[in-house]
Design a protein around this ligand. Sequence first.
Ligand code: PMV
Length: 319
Amino acid sequence: MKKVEASAPSNIALVKYWGKRHTKLNLPLTSSFSVSLTNMRSHATITEASGTEDEWDIHGNPSKAQKVLACARAATQDERPLKISIVNDFPSGAGLASSASSMAAFALALNSYLADDAFDLETISHWSRLGSGSSVRSLYPGYVLWDAGTDEEGKDCVAHTAFAASHMPLSLVVCVVDDQPKPIGSTAAMERSRDTSPLYDEFHANNEQYLQEALDAVKNKDFYKLAEISESNCQAMHAVMQASQPPVNYFKTGTKQAIEHVQKMRQEGIPCFFTIDAGPNVKIFCTPEAKDEVHERCKSLSDVKHLLLDQVSDDSPAS
Ligand code: PMV
């Protein structure tokens, strides 16, 4: 029996995506800039279904994955029922980009199963985007720029590696404050922000400058500049959310505790900065040299359940 497996990493945005120019196609309003990780990964396996229906063994509802599957089927004209398993080796639905890595891994597996790897990465990224916008970034290693594009169908909405991880190595300590699924999904929360937040337009108007400064910071290997831009962009995104009606608040007590801890460590000269996505967990980036100290010092945080260690990766998920 034919069986294919593919995996893809989680990615964390340093300049965030928080708004769509097309909801169904998951086309972003503005471009974003992220790093792809090494350890936090999703693994997709596809085999033949035993009956006439698709069989799903995945975390939560398969609706996102069904959109990816429909797109791959339309491209390959292959309607065979499939048995699909997608496993995340880290907490799912908790703002750790598990839908990004799982849709990227699934799209790669579909290309292998249905098309013997005939489609290029750009096409695969159009499939995975239908399930999760930010999954496009998980298909590329290192520092990744996802271009919003302008094409109505999203043909130019593509990502690429802007810098290799080795250009400016970064380590990551994730403070897991809560590993339960988030109270509101990112699509619904983005729509609420678009419809009600007075800060939504300003956030997008500033995107170009954030992007340019973040790209320059990485180009110049300027850790502290990247720290400043990333934290500022993250705080701007959460301000947009919190100004929505009703407010979108992903922060918990442990989130604030970890943020203050990062600020204190940095004042003491430890090169680290935080970023937070659609969930309460705090991602602390630091230089590889500072990783052990950051890790050690985060162990004392009373409202942090556990810590995950990772780093920016140069390994291509598609290889
Ligand atoms: O692609 P989604 O629907 O998981 O949205 C991602 C949104 C953020 O994680 C909050 C920001 C980002 O750019 O990753």
